[in-house]
Design a protein around this ligand. Structure first.
Ligand code: CTP
Ligand code: CA
Length: 225
């Protein structure tokens, strides 16, 4: 009983987190990317470790130090991120905080694309990337007990978050408004809402570290219940 009382809430649990942007190669020297800093995903990894979990962090290219005591798997593209995630399941909790590029170039050039002198830009053919959250959400055997996604939106926040919850078979969507004037992309603060099948909770603005701690505390409670 005394030992039980001192046990960390996620002791014995495995938590898998994706973080950062992905880089989708165009040719050997160019890529498609987005403005994700990885701050929220990395903060989640640190919070999960602090709560006693074994943590795997699958991260796209970010300019952040590795969180301490976390296994960090570095990837570039969405395809590599999906492979790394599947390799490191099973997990009790998975949190997909990465801003995965939605499209990649259909056929990556083996050589640097050169101007051809005509003044006409090359036509880049795009193809859709695999959806990592949806793939994990619809996995028969490897779906984590608690699966959490994010929804970064600039309009219709709650409707879009709810449809992502259903389409990807997630348990929770952490919805945030990433309109440029919010300063959330790249900043240290975040204002989120927790969208689940039982409703929507508005959380006040807090640091990304506090958002992370609150998500992890809620996740630990959800596993117990
Ligand atoms: N996600 C993912 N794999 C993708 C795209 C998104 O795992 N190829 C995950 C993100 O990590 C996030 C959630 O899905 O947890 C929602 O990402 P978001 O970009 O908001 O949704 P999309 O389904 O890509 O829809 P859209 O960008 O068109 O709004
Ligand atoms: Ca997207």
């Amino acid at each position: 009983e005394a030992l039980e009382a001192g046990r960390l809430p996620l002791a014995g649990r495995h938590v898998l987190i994706t973080s950062g942007p992905t880089h989708e190669p165009i040719d050997p020297v160019r890529y498609i990317a987005n403005r994700s800093s990885g701050k929220q995903g990395h903060a989640l990894a640190a919070a999960a470790y602090a709560a006693g979990a074994r943590v795997t962090l699958v991260s796209g290219p970010v300019d952040l130090p590795d969180p301490a005591n976390v296994e960090v798997i570095r990837v570039q593209s969405a395809a590599e991120m999906l492979t790394a995630v599947e390799t490191h399941l099973p997990a009790d909790i998975a949190i997909m905080a990465a801003a995965v590029a939605d499209w990649r170039v259909a056929s990556e050039g083996a050589q640097k694309i050169k101007k051809d002198g005509s003044g006409k830009p090359p036509a880049l053919q795009l193809t859709e990337n695999p959806d990592i959250l949806a793939t994990v959400g619809h996995h028969d055997s490897l779906r984590p007990e608690l699966l959490i996604g994010f929804a970064a939106e600039t309009q219709n926040l709650i409707d879009n978050a709810r449809s992502k919850l259903e389409r990807k078979n997630a348990d929770w969507i952490i919805a945030n408004d990433v309109s440029p004037q919010t300063g959330i992309m790249g900043g240290d603060a975040n204002t989120v809402r927790l969208v689940s099948r039982s409703g929507v909770e508005d959380w006040p603005e807090m640091s990304k570290a506090d958002v992370a701690r609150r998500i992890i505390a809620r996740a630990a409670e959800a596993l117990k219940g």
